[in-house]
Design a protein around this ligand. Sequence first.
Ligand code: CP
Length: 335
Amino acid sequence: MEAVEQINLIGLKDEKPQPAQKIWKHKHILDLDDFTSEEIDLVMQTTEAMHEILSRPIKKVPTLRGKTVVTLFYEASTRTRSSFELAAKNLSADISNLTVSSSSVTKGESLIDTLETMEALGADIVVMRHPYSGAPNLASKHVKASIINAGDGWHAHPTQALLDMYTMLKHKNSIKNLKVTIIGDIIHSRVAHSNIWSLTKMGADVTICGPSTLLPKGMDNPQPYFPKVNVTTDIDKAIKDADVVMGLRLQLERQQSGLLPSIREYSRLYQITEERLSKADKGVIVMHPGPVNEDVEIASTVAHGDKSVINEQVTNGVAVRMALFYLLAGGSRNE
Ligand code: CP
């Protein structure tokens, strides 16, 4: 428990430590656009404490004893769902995994009715994935439980972006001025969108790259409401001197037809290969949120090569999600 108790004393680096509850303002985690840099920093530091717990022979602490976590996934998931489940169990929460395909959703039950049923059964935190952008925001307006967005449509995947940042910090000193290149199907990628918010907030120099049909419009111009990133269709330019190269899966299930001539053409022009990667900074790390389509968006030799931290990302997902449960539970205790 020592590490968890210490979290309350952790504040910004090089500043007088502040209690976590003074920094943390969130009841829900819907996206990272409304996170302050202090909150992101707190999540990183809390994750470090959770990482320490996970290095112990007995990984379980009683922090969330008596709390109930429900996972509600309307879309498939391997990594996110299982790491949320492990995170909840490590903190001694009770956990219920609702399998949508065998629930009353198949009989026409609405999202709100399902959530109210989960709340009636005692849910304190609902982790939800949904194919419709904004579904977790809607949910947060109808229930008292905390909602964690585990991926909604094209919109956001905030916990993935936080575990991505934590993984970057395990290899790099700071996010500030880090050259991060995200390559692939940016427009349909909730991972890219959340990463853009969090990385730019912490001062990274972010480049997005892909065919013009898969790039959002207007991201390279300063906007009042959107972060500024570099945008290019030239993969060699995007990778040159990058500290971090992140590949993304082609989200074929979300794409209209006609956005790409063919998968083979896409791979020829945008696959992260060893040759292309040789132009990056020599300490480059290669990331991918998964699931990976090997030899489509990334060469299998790169995905499994010495620069790849893809499996570390998965491992770090548990500590990040433990940290978020901890911070949310602390917030609700104060209400
Ligand atoms: N990165 C990610 O969201 O993976 P899953 O779809 O397996 O959860």
